[in-house]
Design a binder for this molecule. Sequence first.
Ligand SMILES: *Cc1c(COP(=O)(O)O)cnc(C)c1O
Length: 390
Amino acid sequence: MQFIDLAAQQQRIRSAIDARVKAVLDHGIYIMGPEICELEKELRAFSGSGHCVSCASGTDALLMVLMAWGIGKNDAVFVPAFTFFATAEAVAMLGATPVIVDIDPVTFNMSPEGLRKAIAAVNARDSSLYPLPCEGRTQQLIPRAVIPVDLFGQAAEYDALLAVAAEYGLRVMEDSAQAFGGEYKGKKNCALGCHAAIASFFPAKPLGCYGDGGAVFTEDPDLAELLCSIRVHGKGIDKYDNIRIGINGRLDTLQAAILLAKLDIFAEEIALRQEKASLYAERMGSIVGVRLPEVLPHNRSVWAQYCIRLPEEKRAAVIAHLKTQGIPYSIYYPKPVHMLGAFAPLEYAEEDFPHALAASRSVLALPFHPYLTEEDAARVASAVKEGLHA
Ligand SMILES: *Cc1c(COP(=O)(O)O)cnc(C)c1O
């Protein structure tokens, strides 16, 4: 059993992928070839977003937007306490301060109420209002931007988050690295009214290439133009006319070609993901001690992960049993962001974000992908039950 079965997907579309790769080998334009433009057009059409700028990874997408916004020293950028490191890393990379916000315990996404309190605490430079990083206590930071994350494939609460951000004049970037293709209140993720949104095409994400890839989405034509410059070393008229600091952030033509082949079946795969999530829910809904992942009624998740929650003291036993059964698993994430070694200088305390801490101690990601079989789902469910009640 595979944790994510990319081979099953490849088997379905191998000839389309071969044809796409062959076309690139034939025209030989490996950097910014015609597939890049074609992909950006398809991604715009799929998401309903006005502009799409493809790039080398989800991390570069985050970084490029923050660079375009001029984020740097003395700036506060609000990020959730439970996400992949990259969300906060991009902020720190530019010398700005990630200010961490706790999550909603049901969806694991950034708490709008937490965001409001964190902004107030930064403005008042008062950590009795909300836990602040070291710099937020010792100097006056300027709240600039918020990066909510659509964790495990489910959109964050954008109506509430955008309202809080607007009140304080902050820009919002949707980190949809795990959730491209999902929906919030009838609109596609990455087209939810944020100033910018990013996707990742890392192989294990719901829409993945065969290497690294990412994209930025926005309705703002000026931002899109700026991103195209930042993507190629801050180019002006051409790449040897460098008018600002940028990065080498281009998506490879070959990866765009792979994505074009995969996009053709993506909508169908998203539907399959709903079916497979239901399979798990049917098999595990009645196991005492298992908390199933919850998707809010106005959301459609792309199920980047299927993460159940277990009683903290039982997780190790369940994992040990899965191992004896040869069932792969993963923990997203074993440490909340504020407890990662790289962020020790922020000087947060473990108990600062209790919902993120509890999530890190109770989550367990099970094998999940559009081609999960009924037999495998049943095997996983039985193993979880046995491990829990042995
Ligand atoms: C994967 C991921 C990223 C980074 O994307 P890469 O393409 O791996 O650079 C950023 N944020 C979140 C939430 C992610 O899951």
